[in-house]
Ligand binder design. Structure first.
Ligand code: RP5
Length: 162
């Protein structure tokens, strides 16, 4: 099987329900991806290895979701030049604001493109990854345009009571 160009990584199994919408968008757009649990705190060696080998393995974009003290996207950005798209996972104690601040406040030099908190952010991460790959893939660009047009067409002109 061909190496996927998109990696979806997350800090815990518990992040998967939040991150799954990213995978679903990629499925809809016919894009291969790999999904892995890579924790900055619990499996730091796995994180190191993933970041060190990502580009050579053929990955082009990494979507990284984490919650709370969400170091994963930033640490991954420190280990690879590939674009890293961060997804703050909603937490119970602080509603994901902790995750958002942990991911978005990167120092100059190691950017993480940070999405909204939660499942909408994950879906947008999938769309952002697709947009990046579409720069060099005309077929994907056409599919992404069609996806966006279908979403626009699904929005009613007027509100209803239901
Ligand atoms: C983070 O800690 C993970 O990204 C997750 O959002 C959070 C809680 O993890 P679990 O305790 O549910 O495994 O590292």
């Amino acid at each position: 099987m061909a190496q996927a160009k998109i990696g979806i990584i997350m800090g815990s199994q518990s992040d998967w329900p939040t991150m799954k919408p990213a995978a679903e968008i990629l499925d809809e757009l016919g894009l291969d991806y790999e999904a892995r649990i890579v924790s900055a705190h619990r499996t730091p060696d796995r994180l190191w290895d993933y970041g060190k080998t990502a580009a050579d393995r053929g990955l082009q974009v990494i979507i990284a979701g984490a919650g709370g003290a969400a170091h994963l996207p930033g640490m991954m950005a420190s280990k690879t030049r590939l674009p890293v798209i961060g997804v703050p996972v909603q937490t119970r104690a602080l509603s994901g604001v902790d995750s958002l601040y942990s991911i978005v406040q990167m120092p100059k030099g190691f950017p993480v493109a940070t999405m909204a908190i939660g499942a909408a952010g994950a879906a947008n991460a999938g769309l952002m990854a697709a947009g990046i790959l579409a720069l060099n893939d005309a077929g994907l660009a056409t599919r992404l345009d069609a996806w966006r047009a279908a979403l626009s067409a699904s929005i009613a002109d007027e509100p209803t009571d239901e």
